[in-house]
Write a protein that binds this ligand. Structure first.
Ligand code: FAM
Length: 472
């Protein structure tokens, strides 16, 4: 930082006036803070905010707990602190108050960093989620460089991944490799060495950045081993962004559309407040002071469930099944019939419904917008079928009368685009979701440590104990 300032001052002295003006503006607007410095600025403010809030409002009620809440998966209970995002049932997700369209406007994207493509970068979203602030493009560039420098896997992890049977689900492989990285955890070492509780967040942040940097290489290695695609070599170009490198490693480096789609997908899947299974798992496991690798490994195993992240693999299989049955130019009537056959067979329609949302998922809308702007996707029969289904399904689901939210969720659209770009191995799709969820779950883990949140330990009750309690 210091040498940069001196160099700029020296350069300015030797510049003509117009150039000096441009340079002074660049200096004024360009911040080159590291992410760690930016988090260090936020932590004391958050600690103070929590302290004040707790002392002023610690005894306020946030609502009643009904027996129905206990039996019904704790829906709607306000029982977690989660800083990165808030999900409103009727307006959707906001990240530190910013909707997806807001983020698309203000977060530095590929073009801002001189890369091919237009979409916002997951690095920008990570910065926003961790600090609550929009980063400058220089800050994002610095973060991309840091991630590239830390992206290579230790050879023992490569060996672990290579030893997995090809028939083991990619998500199980992913969680296994992520858990194994705890071998080198700075948090686990620091804890062993007796660092102070107030310092916990620092090695938690180091581990989190290290893990986010390595996720693409793990995911690419799994892709190569299981499906023989990509080249299996960890070619990480320090000039590329996190997803530019990932795309290269899985064999799509020359495909601008796919690379840009992956950026958007990974940026908007990052955080969806704290109560969803993967985010909540990372927080719960982390509350036992398990390090970020262990906590996120557990989160990935939750993401691998068909009602959560695995839904994107399910949607594609289901949509292709529909296409086989109804043909490429299916009418609305054909689609309705197929939807009814799914429902009548007692299955859920994958990609529809949500535990919190009561509207079409804004993430679905963002992915649909992407499809509309890419000529290569506009004519895709599977993309068209998925989009047509999103218009017909809500009416069918309303008539069916069970789901509280008959609208598409993010998974309704995500897989068909990957498929159209040639990534046809659906059992891999949730791995891409898994790269993304880390940029939401790990920042909260840093905040959990910064705020000194305790081990999570809700009260459970047996049915007999509940019956006795309500009769009292
Ligand atoms: N198709 C058919 N029935 C559905 C349905 C769907 N898409 N979504 C919900 N229902 C049923 C649900 O099974 C339940 O039936 P029972 O009373 O017989 O158990 C009833 O409607 C009420 O459920 P709900 O309160 O509306 O939803 P939940 O909060 O219990 O569950 C989901 C939410 C997401 C698990 C559920 O909507 C679902 O299974 N959707 C399909 C799978 C899916 O797309 N998951 C991905 C969710 C995504 F956002 C993510 O996490 N990645």
């Amino acid at each position: 930082m210091i040498s940069l300032t001196i160099n700029r001052a020296a350069m300015r002295a030797a510049m003509p006036a117009r150039q000096q003006l441009a340079a002074s503006q660049a200096v004024r607007y360009a911040s080159t803070k590291s992410l760690k410095d930016a988090v260090a600025e936020v932590v004391p403010q958050k600690q103070e905010q929590l302290k004040k809030f707790r002392s002023e409002h610690g005894d306020k009620s946030l609502g009643d707990i009904k027996v129905e809440n206990l039996i019904g998966g704790m829906r709607g209970l306000k029982v977690m602190l989660w800083e990165g995002s808030v999900l409103d049932a009727n307006t959707g997700i906001t990240f530190h108050g910013k909707s997806i369209p807001d983020c698309e406007k203000v977060l530095p994207g590929a073009g801002d960093l001189g890369l091919q493509g237009k979409e916002m970068l997951p690095e920008s979203m990570l910065w926003l989620l961790l600090t609550g602030n929009v980063p400058s493009k220089e800050e994002v560039k610095g973060l991309s460089e840091e991630l590239a420098a830390k992206g290579k896997l230790p050879s023992y992890v490569e060996k672990i991944i290579d030893s997995f049977p090809k028939t083991l689900h990619p998500m199980t492989q992913f969680a296994g490799a992520v858990g194994a990285l705890n071998h080198d955890s700075k948090f686990a070492q620091g804890y062993k060495d007796g660092i102070k509780k107030t310092e916990y967040w620092k090695p938690t942040l180091d581990d989190s950045i290290d893990l986010i940097a390595k996720l693409p290489a793990i995911a690419a290695r799994i892709y190569y081993n299981v499906f023989g695609r990509g080249d299996g070599v960890q070619k990480i170009d320090p000039k590329k962004d996190l997803i530019g490198n990932y795309s290269e490693m899985i064999g799509y480096g020359d495909n601008e559309g796919m690379t840009d789609y992956l950026r958007l997908y990974i940026a908007i899947h990052g955080d969806h407040e704290g109560g969803n299974v993967s985010a909540h798992t990372a927080h719960l496991v982390g509350s036992a002071l398990s390090d970020p690798y262990l906590s996120y490994s557990a989160a990935l195993l939750g993401l691998a469930g068909p009602l959560h992240g695995l839904a994107n693999q399910e949607v594609l299989g289901w949509a292709l099944g529909m296409q086989e049955k109804v043909g490429k130019n299916a009418s609305e009537e054909d689609i309705k019939e197929f939807l009814w056959s799914t429902l009548k067979s007692g299955r859920v329609v994958p990609g529809y419904g949500h535990a919190v949302l009561r509207m079409p998922d804004p993430r679905f809308s963002a992915l649909s917008r992407f499809c509309d702007t890419r000529p290569e996707l506009k004519n895709s029969s599977i993309v068209q079928l998925v989009q047509k289904t999103s218009k017909v399904a809500p009416e069918v689901l309303k008539e069916h009368g069970k789901t509280k939210n008959p609208y598409p969720n993010v998974d309704a659209a995500s897989g068909c685009v990957l498929y159209e770009y040639g990534l046809k191995e659906w059992s891999y799709y949730t791995v891409i979701f898994g790269i993304s969820r880390a940029i939401g779950a790990l920042p909260q883990l840093v905040m959990d440590r910064a705020l000194g949140l305790p081990i999570e330990r809700p009260k459970s009750m047996s049915l007999d104990a509940l019956e006795a309690f309500v009769k009292k």
